[in-house]
Design a protein around this ligand. Sequence first.
Ligand SMILES: [Zn+2]
Ligand SMILES: [Zn+2]
Length: 268
Amino acid sequence: MKDKLVILGSGGGRHHIRTQHRATGGFLLKINGVQAHIDPGPGAIVRLNQYEEDPLKTELFIITHAHVDHYNDISAIIESSREILHDKNYNYLKKGILLTTPEVISLISDYHLNMLEKVVRFKAGDMLNYNEVEIVGTRVVHSPNNEGFGIKLILKDYSIAYTSDTKIFETFSNQYSGVNILILNLLRPDSVTCKRHVCTDEVIPYLNKIDPPLDSLIITHFGSYMDGPRSNRNFVPSQVNKLQEQTNIKKIIAAEDGLKLKIDELII
Ligand SMILES: [Zn+2]
Ligand SMILES: [Zn+2]
């Protein structure tokens, strides 16, 4: 299996937007021959080039909510996904499919939306089959002002999910039942709580409730209390240790900018 996950940014929140101490480019999923770019925040196009990935290959664009660390570079990413913009008669080449919320769609120019083959208004509970990948919207509890969703991608041989930005809520664990690999946006360490995000101590009991247990957990989207201007050190390694000790998950991996992971090494 050639499927891969490429981290184009392990940072989240406004301090990393400003400092780029950790990049904010989202991530690529190369699954079943499809290249998907998920949550291309500020600098996503720079990181694609820096980490020698090819934006021309992207055909699936997913933006989980209208926060700038998730959607900022989408127009550049759409425009960079084709070599030729239009033919001699200015007929624009249509390529790719965008899954996102109505609010994000309203933030993208018609010029860029018209470059896409399809724009899908997506929310938790929705389902879409794309090239034999079943894409399911999962629930988030994040911003009272923004709609949002997480995603679960179900393939023939495995399933991978992305929580996006969310707090913990009662049914958090159920929706990841049967998932092999979970990408978790973990902005804060230990018991440093936040109204809109999870911290390590809050999420551990819910990770342990996922049945059957996950094969791999990838933590990412670290905020400034985790590693940055508001932390006096990088708390990521200690969170990996804690998750290893206190959960039933076989493999815990911390995202780093530019990290490339082979999916078959994450399925145990
Ligand atoms: Zn975020
Ligand atoms: Zn957010």
